[in-house]
Design a binder for this molecule. Structure first.
Ligand SMILES: Nc1ncnc2c1ncn2[C@@H]1O[C@H](COP(=O)(O)OP(=O)(O)OP(=O)(O)O)[C@@H](O)[C@H]1O
Length: 506
């Protein structure tokens, strides 16, 4: 198996293989340099040491920049502040000596020419020896010239049982215990955090409240929000929009309302399958993003938004690692909504042909997960352009339903005017003539309707008066809807949708 196949193995089908099993496999197969991307230095060291005890008699050395080597009295403090010397240390041993060398933060030195050359030489010589270098890094940055020598291994975040064990241990050391249901809530809130982070948040909670109580969940939640934003590919949303804020789209809204309780305990006990997700295809500004946000609020689930643009780029293997990280996060935080905006931009035909297979591998990982996932992560993907979407995405079994969202009709436009006017003028909204507004906004999208109301408000505000129906009518005349500027594209999309290939949202 080469490096490439291995990456596929980890980010492809066998996503859930256990870390220990994989680690042992790499050691047995004499992979010379393993790269583990994690913040959980202590936990990974503990797991590795316990794992190898059972099957090998390798001596374990660990090195960091400040302390040098430790674990062995004869070499304690060796190669302090000298990463090249830390690698040369391995040459001191005979060819037969079985060894495992843990190098912490070593990713920071990989761009140094002497370090990278030495690592490449070691990668060659260690292939025939029972010696393995393990780089433990908080970041995934492998220079291109080392990508063939290094194998990335994924270290999963702690499972609920591990989190619970840790919380019980902390409680015990503090001398009190939480009621079982509060403990379970805290475990659930802590999903997605490393044990180290959990310890730190708990220390903060105790310093703030002097105990672990219901309010502590808020702090855990905030910590998680911050952590998610650090991934740079996921964003945590706290949407306030509700399904009633969507004007029109009645078919789609009924579909959603019908499934509102699908993530409940009752549904699980009943044996209902967990909904997989929705693909919303359609014209810009027609409420696709609004729908994604409203589902999260309506179903009372956290909303994670994936920045597809950031999935790609960097070195070989990095995009796969990012999609893996995204999946891991979503699963640990589940039940949740994972919103993938403009999925068509990421998986277009041209990307598939132009980037030496990265898009293909990332897509493969994603689609496999989508079809096989058992965790309650409801994926809402949105797309403007159906032509560029890979057909596999539209196949049965990927999403529960694919909806087309077109331009609103007369009745729907009136509803959209009402939704926005009610929000802006909760007392006087009924004084506006929404019937005439709707009649005068043929081929306008929801976003353009909203824009025309705000435009009217600006004008009236500058003239120091309340805005009126005729102000909005004037704005409607000024706005040139996308349906006119991109007429051909939109008509093609509408023809395709009305040919019965997709379910209509209204
Ligand atoms: N059906 C609707 N009902 C009420 N408001 C709407 C509707 N459609 C669009 N809007 C308004 O337009 C704004 C922009 O719409 P949204 O971002 O959901 O469109 P989109 O379909 O996701 O567009 P894009 O493809 O450009 O991302 C919404 O925040 C909302 O205020």
């Amino acid at each position: 198996m080469n490096n490439f196949e291995l990456i596929l193995l980890y980010y492809g089908k066998k996503i859930f293989m256990s870390f220990v099993k994989d680690f042992k496999l790499l050691l047995k197969a004499r992979y010379p340099i393993i790269y583990i991307n994690t913040y959980e230095e202590e936990r990974v060291e503990y797991v590795i040491k316990s794992a190898i005890q059972s099957f090998t008699n390798r001596a374990v050395y660990s090195w960091d920049f400040i302390e040098g080597y430790c674990n062995n009295p004869n070499d304690n403090g060796y190669a302090i502040r000298n990463p090249l010397q830390a690698l040369e240390f391995i040459d001191k041993f005979t060819l037969e000596t079985p060894l495992l060398v843990l190098l912490k933060d070593f990713h920071l030195f990989l761009n140094d020419i002497s370090v990278s050359r030495k690592l490449r030489n070691l990668a060659k010589s260690l292939r025939n020896q029972s010696k393995t270098i393990v780089i433990i890094a908080s970041d995934l940055t492998i220079p291109l010239n080392l990508s063939d020598s290094i194998t990335i291994l994924h270290f999963p975040l702690p499972k609920n049982s591990e989190i619970k064990k840790e919380l019980l241990r902390i409680q015990e050391s503090l001398g009190y215990s939480l009621p079982e249901h509060s403990l379970d809530n805290l475990v659930k809130a802590s999903q997605g955090l490393s044990l180290e982070k959990i310890r730190r948040v708990l220390a903060k909670i105790i310093a703030t409240y002097k105990e672990i109580n219901v309010e502590s969940l808020d702090l855990v939640f905030k910590e998680k929000q911050q952590l998610i934003s650090q991934t740079q590919i996921l964003e945590f949303y706290n949407p306030v929009t509700k399904i009633s804020d969507i004007g029109g789209l009645n078919e789609l809204k009924s579909w959603l309302k019908f499934r509102a309780a699908s993530f409940s305990k009752r549904a699980e006990e009943y044996g209902l399958p967990i909904p997989k997700g929705l693909l919303l295809v359609g014209i810009q500004g027609t409420g696709k993003s609004l729908t994604a946000k409203s589902i999260a609020n309506e179903w009372n689930l956290p909303l994670l938004k994936l920045d597809v643009g950031r999935l790609f780029g960097g070195i070989i293997g990095e995009s796969e690692a990012r999609v893996r990280q995204m999946i891991q996060f979503a699963e640990t935080i589940s039940p949740c909504i994972l919103w993938i905006d403009e999925i068509d931009k990421a998986f277009t035909g041209s990307n598939f042909n132009n980037d030496s297979g990265t898009t293909k591998r990332v897509f493969g990982t994603f689609i496999t997960w989508l079809s096989e996932k058992k965790s309650p992560v409801f994926v809402v993907a949105t797309a403007n352009n159906i032509d560029s979407l890979p057909p596999e995405l539209l196949r049965k079994g990927r999403f529960d339903e694919v909806f087309f969202i077109g331009l609103p009709d007369l009745k729907e436009r009136e509803c959209i005017f009402k939704v926005h006017l009610k929000k802006i003028r909760p007392k006087s909204w009924s004084t506006y003539d929404t019937e005439i507004l709707s009649a005068q906004s043929n081929r306008f999208s929801g976003a353009e309707i909203e824009e025309s109301i705000y435009e009217a408000m600006h004008i009236a505000f500058n003239e120091n008066r309340e805005f009126t129906t005729s102000d909005i009518l004037n704005s409607l005349k000024r706005v040139v809807p996308l349906a006119y500027t991109s007429q051909k594209n939109i008509e093609e999309l509408e023809d395709w949708a009305s040919a019965g290939k997709i379910r209509l949202a209204s």
